[in-house]
Design a protein around this ligand. Structure first.
Ligand code: CP
Length: 357
């Protein structure tokens, strides 16, 4: 792999992505052949935010490859609780481990970590921004369950504003030919502008709709998501959005026989429990594909990883990102790095938020 860190799957070429998918499938067929390929290597999991699947599947992946694991799943049990900065924690852990998976509640935290780590960094979810290894999980699932990554009508339903898995999946599936997106949400929870810009730039067709029942008959894939309670300013605002979209057996009667249901999980109330027994429901299989996907990713990243610390990164602009959920807004020592968008607009390199100069 050419890239050292995986912050966004966009840093991988389509060929590299397909190699990971193929390797994940090879491991799934014959796991015993890979049981000591990471012997002597250490994965650190730095989870500043709760997780069941991502954290445990990363740990299981490394253990099944014969490696070892360190880390924390609650920053209150680490020196983060004494005020240690992300930079210092990552600099230290990058000296202990061969590879780091980091989850954080702030957008751009994995990108920030990659600026200070000698070890390769994997983004295991950064606030409402991206979740590339969930997307790896999703594409391995789709490739196996649909037999292709092209020419699909993909419905995404729920919290499309805060759902980082949705953003990462759209970004990646936009690179494959002929995919079309049906975005099913309330007006308050539509995808951010930068995701619309990506779909427009790639020529992908998309529609925004308000009814799951009306959208479902046309779909090859339905990607359900929960409303992300932890990203709302108040419980009242969350309550207004909760329960608007529920997939139940009635709606499944409107869907095609070969439609597949994916969900990154955790589920709250957006899929009725009895849908679990429909053979089109693939969300629990998806969690197992995710473990093999992460095994493949760890192997590929460790193949030719260097341990050189990143050179100091300079500010590209004097402004500070205006997004209060951006890591650079909180950790003020971080370099102010932006990409010019033309006119008075700058794109923050951490959170991809637009900033007016
Ligand atoms: N899909 C996912 O990221 O689940 P966790 O939050 O449990 O890791």
């Amino acid at each position: 792999m050419k890239t050292k860190h995986v912050i966004d799957l966009d840093s991988l070429s389509t060929e590299e992505l397909m190699e990971i998918i193929e390797l994940a499938n090879d491991i799934r067929q014959a796991p015993q052949e890979y049981s000591d390929v990471c012997k002597g290597k250490i994965l650190a999991t730095l989870f500043y935010e709760p997780s069941t699947r991502t954290q445990m599947s990363f740990k299981t992946a490394m253990l099944r490859l014969g490696g070892n694991i360190i880390g924390f799943d609650n920053p209150q049990n680490s020196s983060v609780s004494k005020g240690e900065s992300l930079k210092d924690t990552v600099t230290v852990v990058g000296g202990y481990a061969d590879i780091i998976a980091i989850r954080h509640s702030l957008e751009g935290a994995a990108k920030a970590a990659s600026l200070y780590s000698a070890a390769p960094v994997i983004n295991a979810g950064d606030g409402g921004h991206l979740h590339p290894t969930q997307t790896l999980t999703d594409v391995v699932t789709l490739y196996n369950e649909k037999g292709t990554l092209d020419n699909m009508t993909i419905g995404l339903c729920g919290d499309l504003k805060n759902g980082r898995t949705v953003h990462s999946l759209i970004k990646t599936m936009s690179h494959f030919k002929g995919n079309r997106f049906v975005l099913i949400s309330t007006p308050e929870l539509t995808v951010p502008q930068y995701i619309k810009d990506i779909m427009n730039a790639s020529g992908c067709r998309y529609t925004e709709v308000r009814s799951l029942a009306e959208a479902i008959p046309s779909l090859d894939v339905l990607y359900m998501t929960r409303i992300q309670r932890e990203r709302f300013r108040s419980f009242e605002e969350y309550e207004k959005q909760r329960g608007v979209f529920v997939l139940d057996r009635e709606k499944m009667c409107l869907a095609r026989r070969d439609m597949k249901i994916l969900h990154p999980l955790p589920r709250v109330d957006e899929i009725a429990e009895d849908v679990d027994y429909d053979d089109r429901a693939k969300y629990f299989d998806q969690t197992v594909y995710g473990m093999y996907a992460r095994m493949a990713l760890i192997m590929k990243m460790l193949e030719n990883a260097d341990r050189k610390p990143m050179p100091r990164v300079a500010d590209t602009h004097s402004v500070r990102c205006s997004n209060p959920n951006c890591i650079s807004y909180t950790e003020e020592y971080l370099p102010r790095i932006f990409r010019p968008l033309g006119g008075d607009m700058l794109l923050c390199r951490y959170c991809e938020g637009r900033n007016l100069i």
